[in-house]
Unconditional design. Structure first.
Lengths: 322, 253
């Protein structure tokens, strides 16, 4: 069984059908469609981080670097006034950011714990300052994307990225595939090693595994997916700017992942939904929304020790127990 | 000696700063024999084991595996050469089932650890080999229990099962009977006397009765120095051993 927890199954069966129907209810309201699209994109990003932090035990504070790179690589390699092919560029961006992750991972994964947090942060900040000081990439203003890619496969154009509803479905589809990918990965032979290394690295070495390689592969995969999310974000809003690379982006994603339930993967969607939902509602109520938001998050982390996902799982288990 | 030498140390030293944890140790470990290592606390027994499995690098001296120097290879390569170890403190995947614990060990030999898509439960042979390892140590019925929920003695057995699941040639066992009751110890003693017919075992243990019963070769160490090596009777009658154990009084186990 791919979804082994009841809460997980329940969530997937409720969330995805609902998300599939959502644009029909919001037909007239483009604002909400866009908002939900952003949540999907962020969920992909948070999910890739959740895999690294919660599943592999690799705590990084530099994941935003790949999110930003996804966008910047696109503006770097795509011609400015010509529509490129979405699928080909998805491949390019994932391949290039995977290469970057491979090189950086080689250095970063020599450390662990607090040192790893510092090194990942240092790399992310270096990237941040490079792009925010660079004239070629518009400094703090970033770069506009004038022409969005076209999406034809073998000459068949299925949808249009300029259409918010189409874009919404693309992101939903991507999110579903990311979830499926991680679920299959975790259940695989490779996943067995990921679990073993997370739980007891020393023992895994003593059994004859080179744990560095497994960590590196995980890091590369998660980084490439983080970059894909950044690429989608860039396409949605039509620009990149350095704030995507900022450490607050990494930090926010980490909060979302913890809120959702670390290592639960689907919890990334829950965390992002709740965080963004709170953000949206509090923003409209008061100017000092960040203050209340912080308070609420502290409260939620205290109440839901294992995140929202863990809370739901316990709830269902308790109900079954009676 | 009729049995082949599998593992050898030549002038092995380990210094922690000025402290000589292990000083100029030359030993040979033979196939199908149990080589016991005893000595008072701080004699360097665990340091020796940690070096034999590649966990520590020697300050000087060599470790030879079948005549080949392996002092400079990576820790995980020791296990690949068939040198498996168990730890002084129980070291298992405590949130997984016993079967899963052994499956991690078996999977290295079966391959496919970089397969992202194939389910970890899909291969019957892997399960069978892992189950065999559990049965060998007498944990057959505990197969699907979570490792943290079995008794302490069983966890120690599980640890040995994990090492066996890697198909080793050499077993380095660091106090497998530590903290066990008499009956549980007896289980391990029975297990080891069966295993020593097939493997080269290096056993560090404080339980003197057990080690006298099991050892084919016995080495006594004191303060990082090699004192004497020989059969159990030879060692028992050696005056230097009596002095080391009885003369100091305070270190008597």
């Amino acid at each position: 069984m791919l979804l082994n927890k009841r809460a997980e199954r329940l969530f997937v069966w409720i969330f995805f059908p609902l998300a599939l129907l959502m644009p029909m209810f919001l037909e007239q309201n483009e604002y909400y469609v866009n908002k939900l699209t952003t949540i999907m994109i962020l969920s992909i990003f948070v999910m890739s981080l959740d895999y690294l932090v919660g599943k592999c035990g690799l705590i990084t504070l530099g994941h935003a670097m790949f999110y930003g790179l996804g966008g910047y690589i696109f503006v770097m390699i795509a011609p400015e006034y010509e529509a490129v092919n979405f699928w080909i560029y998805t491949f390019y961006i994932c391949a290039i950011s995977a290469t970057v992750a491979f090189v950086i991972g080689f250095l970063v994964l020599r450390t662990n714990g607090i040192y790893m947090i510092m090194i990942t942060l240092a790399f992310a900040q270096m990237t941040f300052y490079y792009f925010s000081d660079s004239i070629d990439f518009g400094g703090t203003d970033g770069v506009f994307v004038y022409v969005k890619p076209e999406t034809s496969i073998f000459g068949l154009s299925l949808f249009d990225l300029d259409n918010p509803t189409h874009f919404y479905y693309l992101c939903l589809f991507s999110l579903f595939n990311t979830l499926l990918f991680f679920k299959v990965l975790i259940r695989s032979r490779f996943g067995r090693l990921v679990d073993a290394i997370h739980e007891n690295p020393g023992r895994t070495v003593a059994l004859g595994y080179n744990i560095f390689i497994y960590r590196l592969v995980s890091y590369v995969v998660a980084s490439a997916l983080g970059a894909y999310a950044g690429y989608l974000f860039t396409l949605q809003y039509g620009f990149v700017n350095p704030s995507m690379l900022s450490w607050t982006t990494s930090g926010t994603a980490l909060v979302m992942s913890i809120l959702g339930g670390m290592g639960s993967i689907y919890g990334a969607i829950l965390g992002t939904l709740v965080y963004e939902g709170l953000h949206y509602s509090l923003e409209h109520l008061t100017e000092h929304w960040l203050l209340f938001m912080g308070g609420l998050i502290i409260l939620m982390v205290m109440v839901f020790k294992k995140g929202i996902a863990g809370f739901l799982e316990d709830l269902l288990e308790k109900r079954d127990g009676k | 000696m009729e049995n082949n030498v599998i593992l050898e140390t030549e002038g092995l030293c380990k210094y922690w700063g000025g402290l000589k944890a292990l000083d100029d140790l030359s030993l040979a470990f033979h196939d199908n024999q149990l080589h016991g290592i005893v000595g008072p606390n701080g004699a360097g027994k665990s340091t020796l084991l940690n070096m034999l499995c590649g966990h520590y690098k020697p300050t000087s001296g060599k470790i030879l595996h079948r005549g080949e120097s392996i002092s400079s290879i990576k820790p995980y390569e020791f296990a690949r050469r068939g040198i498996g170890r168990s730890f002084q403190k129980t070291n298992i995947y405590s949130n997984s089932t016993c079967l899963e614990n052994c499956s991690v060990a078996v999977q290295r030999l079966m391959g496919g650890s970089f397969n992202f898509f194939r389910s970890r439960y899909s291969q019957k042979m892997l399960d069978e080999i892992a189950t065999q390892a559990l049965e060998k140590v007498g944990l057959g019925q505990r197969r699907d229990h979570i490792a943290s929920q079995i008794s302490y003695g069983e966890q120690r057995q599980l640890e040995i099962a994990m090492v066996l699941a890697t198909s080793p040639e050499v077993l380095l066992l660091d106090e497998p009977m530590a903290g066990m009751g008499h009956e549980e110890s007896q289980l391990i003693i029975d297990l080891l006397s069966r295993l020593k017919k097939e493997y080269c075992i290096v056993l560090v243990e404080h339980d003197m009765d057990a080690i006298f019963e099991l050892s084919d070769q016995l080495t006594v160490m004191v303060d990082g120095q090699h004192l004497v090596t020989g059969s159990v009777d030879e060692v028992r009658d050696d005056p230097r051993v009596k002095e080391a154990y009885l003369g100091q009084g305070d270190e008597v186990y």
